[in-house]
Design a protein around this ligand. Structure first.
Ligand code: MSP
Length: 593
């Protein structure tokens, strides 16, 4: 046994026979992670798709990344050992063509755009642990190994493909998946029914994958795992696809057509199909082919609905053929549109995440995307909606609440005040307290909030978690408003005790909101918690389970503690007019990519 010590964790590795031993007759390391006491620490691995580098990042891409980031941050708060991979998809015909139009060599072109994605993600607080590029050597090795396993397992054969191909989707289509259409010059063309992209006829000798053989196994997998594709609507779509014809899949292209890709092992005339290449990125990050089992058994994919077929049919089929475990879950999300239309360069309606994050702040953009983005239906992006939502929920409700608890005029001692059980007794009828029925309802709601938020963060439904938090923030503002502490006469002992209690309860609520908001709006949450004087070691999910401990009859570690420094407004109100004047409207990019 080999033990590696990391901060707070120990990784124990044991040599075991590879599960795919028929084809891989070697020993592999199987790792388990434990904490200092030797207790196993659960692991989680979340991925975004790797992003095409033929266009620059837009808010749709950032949405995929923010959804995965929120889940990763949430898992860390839960004490889980989480890994989060993102990166860029750099091979294929469309990248080859895009590089050619800029006159740059493909790798230089890919590196430039990949760096743009990395920059945007860093700016937007995407806390990935791994950034993978499909042009990396480690990835080429993983693809070559994966291909070899598929060949050795008898799933790849030489054949010829004749049919439709969509370069923008890098996808093969059957006759039923295309329709007659016309291009902008009125010429007759065929387009994909699903994406609307133009398709072309292709006839090539290449390698085919025995997808048709795996139909029943895929159906069995889905029927035995009814929650594996989320939301349910997409699960049924995939089941329906599997009811229809599932022809074998072409998994290579002739090198004469496609040079920009990974060569088929042992055949200098063929290049690996870009989707097979790209999908293996998830394994590359997990350490395939050497040490992937620890992460591979806990993988969760976040994908947009446009790439469902690749992730819910092709990918599981490849994994079945390679005798590797299938994903734990595929979380599908819908698309962001602008005035009901798909974002596209030609329409000039692409929303630039950098510009948007400068206008509305990173927290503003993240909050908007996570609060408004629902997985089932497309959502429309509009600057006005961002302004309205952020002003009402972040600036007014949350910022106002923090201000009411911490402003020197209301909290001259700048402390977390004391709670008085006589003013706010646990049993309303027990004492002659000052809390009213509505206050008890609020306390109940905040007590239940972590469980509700947990349930929704687990499903990657941040919008529901944020909705619940926002509802509680409203209740807490109502609580302060109802008791108007500023009207109390603090020279009277009884009033002073009640005054402090109102502030204490409100601050306890804010502490819970700050903890629960960390996955979605990390800087804003940090501002709340720092102002309340809540230290870095007091911000885990478990700390949110210890709400209002004095009310429950336990000690409260925050009571009488000095507040943290006043760093100004939590979130400055956004002015739609100023936003328009200061910044140009999102539109065509200056650099033409
Ligand atoms: N390269 C492939 C994925 C390969 S993964 C093995 C690809 N790239 S992409 O850049 O086109 O899309 C990446 C992600 O961004 C997908 O999840 C896609 O759904 C998402 N989005 C692209 N446009 C979008 C919107 N307008 N709205 C929301 N997400 C969208 O596909």
């Amino acid at each position: 046994m080999l033990v590696r010590r990391l901060s707070g964790y120990a990784l124990r590795g044991e040599l075991q026979v590879c599960p795919a031993r028929r084809f891989c007759p070697k020993l592999i390391w199987r790792w388990t992670c434990t904490d200092r006491s030797g207790t196993p620490v659960p692991a989680y691995y979340v991925t975004t798709p790797v992003f095409y580098v033929n266009s620059l990042p837009h808010i749709g891409h950032v949405y995929s990344a923010v959804v995965a980031d929120c889940s990763h941050r949430y898992k860390i708060l839960q004490g889980v050992n989480s890994r989060f991979a993102t990166g860029t998809d750099e091979h294929g015909l469309k990248i080859q063509q895009a590089a050619a139009t800029t006159g740059k060599d493909p790798l230089t072109f890919c590196t430039e755009v990949s760096n743009r994605f990395r920059h945007v993600f860093r700016r937007c607080g995407i806390s990935y642990t791994d950034y993978v590029r499909t042009t990396e050597d480690r990835h080429r090795q993983a693809v070559e190994q994966f291909w070899t396993v598929l060949v050795n397992n008898g799933f790849i054969y030489r054949g010829s493909y004749e049919g439709w191909y969509s370069v923008p989707d890098e996808s093969f289509l059957t006759e039923t998946q295309v329709v007659d259409s016309t291009d902008s010059l009125g010429r007759a063309i065929k387009t994909s029914t699903e994406s609307g992209h133009k398709v072309e006829w292709m006839k090539e000798d290449n390698y085919l994958f025995r997808l048709s053989d795996l139909r029943h196994k895929l159906q069995h997998w889905l029927r035995s795992n009814p929650h594996v594709i989320q939301p349910e609507k997409f699960y049924y779509i995939v089941l329906q696809w599997l009811e229809s014809d599932l022809p074998d899949l072409s998994v290579s292209r002739q090198k004469s057509r496609l040079q920009w890709g990974i060569g088929v092992p042992g055949d200098p005339e063929q290049t690996v199909y870009v989707w097979l290449d790209a999908l293996v990125n998830y394994l590359t990050v997990a350490g395939y082919p050497e040490q992937h089992s620890r992460w591979w058994s806990v993988v969760h994919h976040v994908v947009g609905k446009d790439i469902l077929k690749f992730h819910a049919i092709y990918w599981p089929a490849f994994l079945l053929a390679a005798e590797l475990p299938l994903p734990q879950a595929i979380h599908v999300h819908s698309h962001w549109t602008v005035q009901g239309k798909k974002m596209s360069k030609s329409l000039g309606n692409v929303v630039d995440p950098l510009e948007t994050s400068l206008k509305f702040t990173v927290d503003g953009l993240r909050y908007f995307l996570l609060r408004q983005g629902v997985p089932d239906t497309d959502c429309d992006y509009d600057d006005d909606k961002v302004v309205k939502l952020c002003n009402s929920e972040l600036a007014d409700a949350l910022g106002g609440l923090l201000n009411r608890c911490t402003a020197p005029s209301l909290n001259p001692e700048q402390v977390y005040p004391q709670f008085c059980n006589t003013s706010f007794p646990k049993e309303p009828e027990e004492f002659n307290g000052r809390a009213v029925l509505e206050d008890y309802k609020m306390v109940e709601a905040v007590l239940r909030l972590p469980a509700l938020a947990k349930e929704n963060f687990e499903k990657l439904h941040a919008y529901k978690a944020l909705e619940a938090i926002s509802g509680c923030v409203r209740m807490t503002n109502g609580f302060i408003q109802r008791h108007a502490p500023w009207k109390l006469n603090c020279r009277k002992t009884e009033d002073k005790l009640w005054y402090d209690t109102v502030l204490h309860v409100s601050m306890e609520c804010l502490r819970i909101y700050g903890i629960l908001l960390q996955p979605a709006v990390p800087s804003l949450a940090d501002k709340i918690l720092s102002r309340l004087g809540v230290g870095p070691g007091e911000r885990s999910w478990d700390h949110a389970l210890d709400f209002l401990s004095r009310y429950e009859g336990r000690d409260c570690p925050y009571e009488r503690r000095a507040l943290g420094p006043n760093t100004g407004l939590l979130f400055s109100r956004l002015e739609r007019k100023n936003v328009q004047e200061k910044h140009q409207k999102p539109g065509k990019r200056q650099d033409g990519i």
